[in-house]
Design a protein around this ligand. Structure first.
Ligand SMILES: Nc1ncnc2c1ncn2[C@@H]1O[C@H](COP(=O)(O)OP(=O)(O)OP(=O)(O)O)[C@@H](O)[C@H]1O
Length: 326
């Protein structure tokens, strides 16, 4: 008679970590497999492999595979700014890459209806995700980051016209996709506090928000507005990132401060919020981003700056989980 341990060993090569209860009764073997997060094609594949691996075992006449889905949806981490052009999309892509490099299962949703830029930032311009059982399958971008973008749902310029329910439905399609083993989903929000943000806090509440600003006074005033929006929605602010602080001259290496410096850190302090770090204004960031190679994949000071911010966000998420008792 075959033992549970033997069955477990037979299933491990393709269902590692997914094998649940095993029951043998009257020649019928029932095995529970946790298929949560998997796309239907992957579920079918594993179930077929399991049936094949368990066929013809000593004392077993019939094999039944029970599929369960216990794992919950990924946690959402919003990246927001008060105004456009401050580097929110660049931070979102690089935060995802840096967190993944640190070993976390991270995905990315590009919810920016005004200028969806993640397909370009992740080197997958023109990519079209396919759907399985009416849910989208994320596309794998640079750094192995699974992502979905408003830019993949609509023709260029079309999404801008989306209002209220349409924008909300589009966001739902991106968030409720086949995220598989992804545990944390970075959401690149449009700038400001519009329909997408409302839908986000009402329907897909993020566990926290990262606010990005340049050091300029005006950008900071807008950032404060975004902060108060999340405060009112009871979404905790993970912290503030200062972008484009200190310009490193590519010729002489001198550092100047075209947008000022330290403004976001001072503002964070004033608002009693954690400061997560600063990213300098560096043309290399723009070039790498335009080429679809997130600078966080490198190993110079820029990659380090993103890695430090990612570590703080990860710590925050872990602390939150610990506080929740699990
Ligand atoms: N630290 C930086 N140094 C140099 N260029 C940067 C930096 N951060 C972002 N950029 C560049 O600034 C431009 C705007 O960045 P990005 O698209 O990330 O901003 P955004 O806030 O998401 O804008 P939008 O609201 O339009 O989506 C891009 O060309 C990007 O490559």
């Amino acid at each position: 008679m075959v033992t549970d341990e033997q069955i477990f060993k037979l299933l491990t090569p393709f269902a590692d970590g997914r094998v649940g209860a095993i029951r043998t009764k009257d020649g019928q073997l029932t095995v529970m497999l946790d298929m949560s997060g998997l796309a239907p094609s992957a579920r079918n594949y594993i179930a077929q492999q399991a049936e094949a691996a368990l066929a013809g075992l000593d004392g077993i006449d019939a094999v039944r595979i029970l599929q369960t889905a216990q794992r919950s949806a990924p946690d959402l981490i919003a990246v927001a700014s008060g105004k456009g052009g401050v580097g929110k999309s660049t931070l979102s892509a690089n935060l995802a890459v840096a967190m993944a490099r640190a070993g976390r299962a991270v995905g990315l949703v590009d919810a920016d209806i005004y200028g969806p830029s993640q397909p370009r930032l992740l080197g997958m311009e023109g990519s079209k995700p396919v759907a399985e059982e009416k849910k989208m399958l994320p596309v794998i971008g640079a750094g192995g980051i699974p992502f979905l973008s408003m830019g993949q749902l609509a023709k260029p310029g079309q999404a801008i016209a989306w209002r209220g329910p349409m924008a909300g439905n589009a966001l739902t399609q991106l968030v409720d996709a086949h995220w598989g083993s992804v545990r944390e989903l970075i959401v690149d929000l449009p700038p400001g506090t519009g329909d997408i943000q409302l839908s986000m806090v009402q329907k897909h509440k993020p566990i926290g928000a990262v606010i990005i600003s340049t050091p300029q006074d005006l950008a900071l005033i807008d950032a404060a507005r975004a902060i108060s929006f999340f405060d009112q929605a009871k979404v905790p602010i993970i912290g503030v990132v200062e972008n484009m602080s200190g310009y490193i001259c590519p010729n002489c290496g001198d550092v100047s401060n075209p947008f000022g410096a330290g403004g976001a850190e001072a503002a964070a302090k004033e608002l009693n919020l954690p400061f997560l770090g600063r990213i300098p204004l560096d043309i290399a960031i723009r070039h790498a981003s335009d080429d679809g190679v997130p600078p966080a994949l490198g190993d110079g000071p820029i990659a380090k700056a993103y890695a430090d911010i990612a570590a703080k966000v990860a710590d925050w998420a872990d602390q939150r989980t610990a506080n929740m008792g699990g």
